[in-house]
Design a protein around this ligand. Structure first.
Ligand SMILES: Cc1cc2nc3c(=O)[nH]c(=O)nc-3n(C[C@H](O)[C@H](O)[C@H](O)COP(=O)(O)OP(=O)(O)OC[C@H]3O[C@@H](n4cnc5c(N)ncnc54)[C@H](O)[C@@H]3O)c2cc1C
Length: 491
């Protein structure tokens, strides 16, 4: 374990984000690292609790106290091995995970005192990448082939695991480059795309065949897919956005957040690199430059829209949330420790908005109509919302907000349905792939992982599910092998 009584002697130091007023001037990553000695000392604060609740908080089951201790003892290579034994991509989670592990850390019983797990994970992953990621080729080939459909974090994790088990893996991706929402949703200032490229180079170096620009179900039919591969893993994400069908929705200037974010990420890639190898679709022309922007939706997607708008040169940005403002501290009656606290967290984008004094974030606001001139949006008609479902407009509280770009960031409903229907997989009540056994669809040999199975979630869950679905597919292929051997013996 770390240093005896470390948590009593050593002050908490986590990483900081760079100055919000400065960082809006560029698209470089904004996490600022502490020196290695400081991170080692932070590892010493972990007391390797008898019951490490952080294990439970982390969907990957990361062995957190073990690598905290290794970092404290400056055994960085061992920490790298330990971390990769449960997490294929710590450089993704170290940058992007909201860190449920920290919320469930025993130190967090005193709110704000958690071990700086995310910082330590990022430092270990920096060490791994600087030392060059090793190519872990399989020891033998099984002769089985698996198609993984969708190269987001779930698909990348599933593909890497299956390849290391010795299967021939083809990873199909509709977009021009891999990464899923991490590449085309999440902005560079949260994760520079070179980070994804470096990991993908390892995965393909290990023998995964990556085919980008292939829309499965269109460019390759479901029948061809089933003929060519012994098993299929669906990792297509949850991509159908929630709409706001109010009067004026059809006006020019009202867009889904993802259309804006895709466009913006492609532009940044073209301008600052690394540019994807495949053919990038033509510009759609959605831009926040010089616009009065209103973002509807107070979550991560909304925050990324706000921050991108500021960097593009919007003249004002307002972010609206339907739900009431959460309490400032952990509400012990609703989400006591070690649960994820339902409390207000000031987003990085709100910090930027405050620093530039270009707009505001407002809670309990419901949009009832868009108004426009000449077919273009000019205003939102809004009201204060009631504080319980269905969050209906409060009479007499109407007001208007000027806007010439409105971004709808109100979450996602479910995966696109066509491919699921073509394959004939059963769906759950929300339209996600239904599991009849863990990560196993109702169709023989078809598995599912990530957002397309659990609904829009987190990268850490996507990686975890990708790993588990790979295990189930491997088991299935092993059983098939045994069945064939048994059948041959019977003859
Ligand atoms: C704007 C935004 C910001 C986010 N920020 C964070 C964050 O900071 N931290 C965090 O933990 N989570 C964040 N999330 C959530 C996180 O990105 C997702 O939960 C995660 O990416 C899901 O991974 P996935 O692999 O299941 O799906 P996706 O990442 O959606 O990947 C699915 C892939 O499948 C491909 N695909 C779909 N259909 C086909 C087909 N028919 N043929 C071939 N390919 C296909 C898609 O093109 C895509 O590349 C964010 C989400 C959004 C939208």
């Amino acid at each position: 374990m770390g240093e005896v009584g470390g948590f009593l002697k050593i002050e908490k130091h986590t990483f900081q984000y760079s100055d919000p007023a400065q960082r809006v001037g560029h698209v470089k990553e904004f996490i600022e690292r502490n020196p290695t000695e400081v991170v080692s000392q932070q590892g010493a604060r972990c007391m390797e609790c008898g019951v490490p609740f952080c294990h439970n908080g982390c969907p990957l089951g990361n062995l957190i106290p073990d690598w905290n201790d290794l970092v404290y003892r400056n055994r960085w290579d061992d920490a790298v091995r330990q971390l990769h034994s449960t997490n294929n991509f710590p450089e993704f989670t170290g940058r992007l995970c909201p860190a449920p592990c920290e919320a469930s850390c025993v130190m967090e019983i005193n709110e704000g005192e958690a071990i700086t797990i995310k910082q330590i994970e990022l430092a270990i992953s920096d060490h791994a990448v600087n030392a060059e990621l090793p190519i872990e080729a399989p020891e033998h080939e099984t002769g089985h082939s698996v198609a993984v459909v969708g190269a987001g974090p779930a698909g990348l994790a599933a593909a890497q695991q299956l390849r290391r088990m010795g299967h021939a893996v083809v990873l199909f991706e509709r977009d021009e480059a891999p990464g899923g929402l991490m590449r085309f949703g999440v902005p560079d200032f949260k994760i520079e795309k070179q980070v994804i490229e470096t990991r993908v180079a390892q995965i393909t170096g290990e023998g995964v065949e990556l085919r980008c620009g292939v829309d499965v179900g269109v460019d390759i039919t479901v029948e061809e897919l089933r003929d060519e591969f012994d098993a299929v893993i669906l990792t297509t994400g949850s991509r159908v956005p929630r709409d706001l069908p109010v009067p004026g929705r059809e006006l020019e200037g009202v867009h889904y957040a993802m259309d804006f974010l895709y466009e913006r990420n492609r532009r940044v890639a073209r301008e600052f690199g690394p540019a994807p190898q495949g053919t990038t679709p033509a510009d759609t022309g959605i831009t926040a430059a010089g616009k009065k922007v209103v973002v509807i939706g107070g979550g991560d997607t909304g925050a990324d829209c706000v921050a991108n708008s500021l960097r593009e040169g919007a003249v004002s940005v307002v972010q609206l949330e339907l739900l009431p403002e959460p309490p400032a501290n952990r509400p012990d009656d609703r989400t006591p420790w070690p649960l994820w606290p339902a409390k207000y967290r000031k987003s990085y984008a709100k910090e930027e908005l405050d620093a530039l004094d270009l707009g505001e974030q407002d809670f309990s606001v419901v949009t009832t109509a868009f108004k426009g001139e000449g077919g273009k949006v000019t205003k939102l008609k809004v009201s204060k919302a009631g504080d319980a479902p269905p969050f209906a407009p409060v009479e007499g509280s109407e007001f208007e907000i000027e806007a010439d770009l409105v971004l709808l960031a109100m979450g996602f409903l479910h995966p696109e349905q066509e491919l699921l229907d073509d394959l004939g997989v059963e769906k759950d009540a929300r339209g996600n792939v239904k599991s009849v056994a863990p990560y196993t669809s109702s169709v023989d040999g078809v598995f599912a992982a990530g957002d397309c199975r659990r609904g829009q979630s987190l990268i850490v869950w996507a990686i975890s599910e990708g790993r588990r679905a790979a295990k189930m597919a491997d088991k299935y292929l092993g059983t098939r092998e045994k069945d064939i051997a048994d059948a041959l013996t019977a003859h």
